[in-house]
Ligand binder design. Structure first.
Ligand SMILES: *Cc1c(COP(=O)(O)O)cnc(C)c1O
Length: 363
């Protein structure tokens, strides 16, 4: 028997969120981003749920043949390009389009023979991660056009500060990035502009294609905006059972370092989830756990395989109760906020030892 912990993947939520992002895309080409094992939801599950999208975005080379084996027939985009010349035959066979984002990749392609490859041009307009400068775009395009067997599909850029929480006027606001892009935003070969935040919060960002990510998984890209407000539904639930209950006198401590000491007679539930399952170890006392329809606070240090929750004020919570650590009833951003990170990190950090259960009411 496995430990009483599970990661539930909600296929109906993935489908619903795809429809929401389809509407946000309007008549633009909708790429769905499935890097990092589809943000922890399983690449095959995602490919199945995203069947109504126009194309899928990944970055691990081996994910391209994996998607084709799973029956994905639509376009695939490699958002970090390729890493070595040996990757190219694999990507050609999988008919995956490749982001060309640096002189290194461009000159590698120029040195290859018998290519049969779709590419696009990565532009750095302010993110300063990958990409050529917009002023280099036409020279890069001309060099790509000169390589036999290479077909160019325009430009791609990514925004650094599309979230409404960013109130600054730094060097990479959406407006400044758009200005740097200039006429390339309407590139006749194609312009794939922006991710979830640009799609939801920046109607001035247009182009003919978009890349939806986090919202597909039912997580708001900005913890100050609720999932409800965006009309999206969490697509993963991490939950584990209470496997022991400790009744403490006032003045007793819980877990390593005695970081929490009871001030009253307390009932403490021990949950079968720890940092080796993907729950963050730095989580402070008082972080939310959803158990028996109520939020109860965590107490004491998170251990490798266990953590503790104060159920003194939650009489329905008992030995064997399921505790939702994030998911359908407890938005992951609320948990992530407590530890100074973002929902993105938590949903893709659930460890392989946690059993996954795919819930698909549509099947
Ligand atoms: C991850 C990523 C996306 C998706 O971002 P979300 O914020 O999850 O929508 C889009 N484009 C690029 C280049 C990315 O790296």
């Amino acid at each position: 028997m496995p430990r009483p912990i599970e990661l539930i993947i909600h296929m109906d939520a993935l489908r619903h969120n795809t429809e929401v992002m389809r509407r946000a895309a309007g008549d633009r080409f909708l790429w769905v981003v499935a890097k990092a094992n589809a943000y922890g939801h399983g690449l095959e599950n995602a490919a199945k749920a995203f069947s109504e999208a126009d194309g899928i975005v990944i970055l691990d080379i081996s994910d391209a043949p994996r998607l084709r084996a799973a029956g994905w027939k639509k376009p695939i985009l490699m958002i970090e390009g390729f890493f070595d010349p040996e990757d190219i035959p694999v990507l050609e066979k999988a008919r995956a389009e490749v982001l060309v984002h640096s002189e290194r990749l461009l000159s590698m392609l120029e040195g290859m023979k018998d290519l049969d490859l779709d590419v696009c041009i990565g532009l750095n307009t302010g993110m300063s991660r990958l990409g050529f400068r917009p002023s280099e775009a036409e020279a890069v395009r001309a060099r790509l056009h000169a390589i036999p067997g290479v077909r160019c599909h325009g430009v791609v850029t990514h925004f650094a500060n599309g979230d409404p929480s960013y109130k600054g006027d730094g060097p990479a606001t959406v407006a400044k990035q758009l200005a740097r892009l200039g006429r390339l935003a309407d590139d006749p070969e194609g312009a794939c502009l922006g991710a979830t935040t640009a799609m939801l919060f920046h109607p001035e960002v247009k182009g003919n294609a978009v890349r939806a990510g986090i919202a597909l998984y039912g997580v708001s890209p900005d913890s100050t905006v609720s999932e409800e407000a965006l009309g999206i539904i969490p697509a993963q639930t991490l939950r584990a059972k209470i496997i022991a209950v400790q009744n403490l006198e006032p003045g007793e401590a819980v877990s390593y370092g005695s970081k929490w000491i009871s001030e009253r007679p307390s009932r403490i539930g021990i949950i079968a989830c720890g940092y080796a399952d993907g729950y963050p170890r730095p989580m402070p006392n008082g972080s939310p756990v959803w158990v028996e329809g109520k939020i109860s606070p965590t107490v004491g240090r998170v251990c490798m395989d266990m953590m503790a929750v104060d159920i003194t004020d939650n009489p329905a919570a008992k030995l064997g109760s399921w505790c939702e650590l994030w998911g359908k009833h407890l938005p992951v951003n609320r948990v992530a906020d407590r530890v100074g990170t973002i929902g993105y990190e938590l949903i893709c950090s659930v460890m392989p030892r946690v059993p996954v259960r795919v819930e698909d009411p549509g099947q």
